[in-house]
Design a protein around this ligand. Structure first.
Ligand code: COA
Ligand code: AMP
Length: 631
């Protein structure tokens, strides 16, 4: 079937389409139907029962794939490499789940996982899934405060953490971060499991911490606990417009059905293939395409602990692809830009045999045509941009390579996948003609695997996604659809920015800056960056009578963001200004400042309070190097 036929088949009968897709998953009790009109936005396969760990692990052992490698850990940063077969994975996960159960973890309990890119992070996720416990993975680049916010919201019974992560040139000490977070949080977990790494052995907190290995001794392995199709598999926090992140909920059945469908139809991956998502387990890409997606279809997944450059060089990706016979890679455009910057001619690529490599997929931020072209020329494989969000859990718009490779249009992630009726709307919520810019929205209901609600925040879910355009899910992205049905994503419509493929909230950073005693008012904007896509930049108005020198305040706020949000925020630049440009009603004109910083033409907003401020802002931005010389 062609893409058009497949999409039309879904449109004609979504129930039949998703029930057929559900046939690729093992059920303890098959669902009677696909869609259930319940909850704030509908739910999927609610009356079926199944287990995610069974589907991702055990069933492959039963099917004779026990000796196939399930996970390859390739860690140039710690100079180590190992493989774990499906049989080993099943035994390790069953043992860990048994130990968690012996400590009281059961179906519905929340477990926070705070770990770097080690296979044990996937094992922890799968052990939770085995028991029906709800995991919430927190990215290692977040600071203690962010972890504390998530502890308070998810109220976990346990936290599973590693002793440390390893970043180029430094060890990330997880244990002190964990201790600080638990101290700050009002909710306290019953216990913490610490996975001790060779690079750093952490001191356990008596009465609270148990060691990963020793707490498993003598414990009965746990079997898979069947859960309802609409039982939450996990909560993953993502940036919204405020400092309080949104807890995206993922239901078990829809998640697996959708991932299995995409592995074949988008990524062209089946059992026995090697798939590599070069992301981190802390992000949605890690959940869907390092852990559950490839494992659910019996493929081999790669857990890569390294960077595209510097570990040790810009050939890291090509070495991994060659050595592990990777068929497809999923990465962020920023990683390709980083490689290109180090090896503009792609000379290092020539040293590797990439004959198993078929397709490069990019997502997480806009893929600029220049980067795509470079990758196409140097790698001689299709380079597929595709668009999705933490909320959806799987691509909304993609070139469905597993069905057919559609013509690639640079700058566009291609076409809507079955399940998604993507439309571009004007402010009043009416669809606009092809080629016209507007808000990108998805007609309800959303397909299986997408968020049914936000954890503990159904009202926020409705307000954030459903109320602006009744009958639609609001994506927060702006763009247009061309005559051929190809979507182009141009910008966010809110205060979310995208730094090196990481989604960050400028609102959260503003909350941190405002807490500095010398800061009266501030704004954080996302400015164009030739490597990371965007970088945050702070503008600070200081309180009258402040004696602290400007440079000192800037240094302190940079430190505060790193300390409270984390190094991943990459907040390095701020400047002091006398006043911020505002509308007459007091709204800060952030979009205008972004245009000035990026050196783009702009119109002075008619509602501006005092146009002269824009010259002051331009001068302050020039002083800190914006616009950049070559963006
Ligand atoms: N734990 C602790 N710290 C982390 C971390 C982690 N898991 N991940 C990143 N950090 C730190 C980095 O060490 C860096 O700290 P520094 O300020 O001390 O240098 C900071 O957070 C910013 O990290 P990053 O934005 O990743 O920049 P970088 O300079 O280290 O690397 C790239 C730049 C382009 C190589 C890198 O961003 C990259 O590989 N990006 C791929 C994007 C990706 O995987 N996106 C996921 C969605 S698909
Ligand atoms: P996240 O939830 O971290 O996956 O971030 C989702 C957001 O990243 C989207 O809403 C977009 O703003 C942006 N994004 C992701 N993929 C793409 C893409 N292929 N093209 C343009 N923007 C993208």
């Amino acid at each position: 079937m062609s893409y058009r036929d497949t999409y039309a088949a879904w449109q004609a009968d979504p129930e039949a389409f998703w029930m057929e897709a559900a046939g690729k998953i093992d059920w303890d009790r098959p669902p009677s139907r696909a869609f259930f009109d319940q909850g704030p936005a509908g739910e999927w396969f609610a009356d079926g029962t199944l287990n995610a760990c069974w589907n991702a692990v055990d069933r492959h052992v039963e099917a004779g794939r026990g000796d196939q490698v399930a996970i390859i850990h390739d860690s140039p940063i710690t100079r180590s490499m190992r493989g774990i077969t499906y049989r080993e994975l099943r035994d390790r996960v069953a043992s860990l789940a048994g130990a968690l159960r012996a400590k009281g973890i059961q179906k519905g309990d929340r477990v926070i996982i705070y770990m770097p890119m080690v296979p044990e992070a996937l094992e922890a996720m799968l052990a939770c899934a085995r028991l029906g416990a709800i995991h919430s993975v927190v990215f290692g680049g977040f600071a203690a405060h962010e972890l504390a916010v998530r502890i308070n919201d998810a109220t976990p019974k346990a936290i599973i953490a590693a002793s440390c992560g390893v970043e180029p040139g430094r060890v990330v000490h997880y244990k002190p971060l964990l201790d600080r977070a638990i101290e700050e949080a009002t909710h306290k977990p019953d216990f913490c499991v610490i996975f001790q790494r060779e690079q750093e052995v952490a001191e356990l907190t008596p009465g609270r911490d148990v060691a990963w290995h020793s707490f498993q001794y003598g414990v009965e392995p746990a079997e898979c606990v069947p859960v309802e199709g609409n039982h939450p598999a996990y909560i993953l926090y993502t940036s919204g417009t405020t400092g309080q992140p949104k807890g995206v909920v993922r239901h078990t059945a829809g998640h697996l059905v959708a991932l299995a469908w995409t592995m074949k139809n988008v990524y062209d991956i089946q059992a026995g293939d090697v798939f590599w998502a070069a992301s981190d387990v802390g992000w949605v890409v890690g959940h869907s395409y390092i852990c559950y997606g490839p494992l659910t279809v019996g493929a081999t997944t790669i857990v890569f602990e390294g960077k595209p450059v510097g570990t040790p060089d810009a050939a890291a990706y090509w070495r991994v692809i060659q050595n592990h016979r990777v068929k497809s890679v999923f990465s962020a455009p920023t990683a390709i830009r980083a490689i290109r910057r180090e090896d503009p001619e792609g000379k290092l690529i020539e040293d590797y045999n990439l004959r198993h490599f078929k397709t490069l997929y990019l997502a997480g931020e806009r893929a600029d045509p220049d980067t795509i072209q470079w990758a196409e020329q140097k790698l001689r494989v299709p380079v597929i941009d595709h668009w999705w969000q933490t909320e959806t859990g799987w691509p909304i718009v993609a070139n469905p390579v597993g069905i057919e490779l559609l013509p690639v249009k640079h700058g566009s992630p291609s076409v809507a996948l079955p399940g998604y009726d993507v439309q571009v709307l004007d402010e009043a919520g009416h669809p606009v003609p092809a080629g016209t810019l507007g808000a990108v929205a998805i007609k309800l209901p959303l397909p299986p695997g997408t968020l049914p609600t936000l954890w503990n925040a159904e009202d926020r879910f409705r307000k954030s996604y459903l109320s602006h355009f009744p009958g639609y899910y609001e994506t927060g992205d702006a763009g247009y659809i061309d005559q051929d049905g190809y979507l182009y994503i141009m910008a966010r419509t809110d205060d979310v920015i995208n730094v090196a493929g990481h989604r960050l909230s400028t609102g959260a950073m503003e909350e941190v800056l405002s807490a500095h005693p010398a800061v009266a008012e501030c704004a954080v904007i996302g400015v164009a960056d030739s490597l990371k896509g965007q970088m945050p930049l702070g503008l600070l108005c200081l309180k009258k009578g402040t004696n602290t020198p400007d440079a000192q305040v800037v240094k302190e706020v940079v430190g505060m963001v790193r300390d409270q949000i984390g190094p991943v925020a990459a907040f390095k630049t701020a400047c002091v200004v006398d006043r911020l440009p505002k509308t007459r009603s007091g709204k800060i004109l952030r979009a205008t400042m972004v245009k000035i910083a990026d050196g783009e033409p702009f119109k002075t907003p008619a509602t501006i309070d005092d146009p002269a401020i824009l010259d002051e802002i331009a001068a302050a931005l020039r002083a800190v190097g914006y616009p950049q010389a070559a963006v």
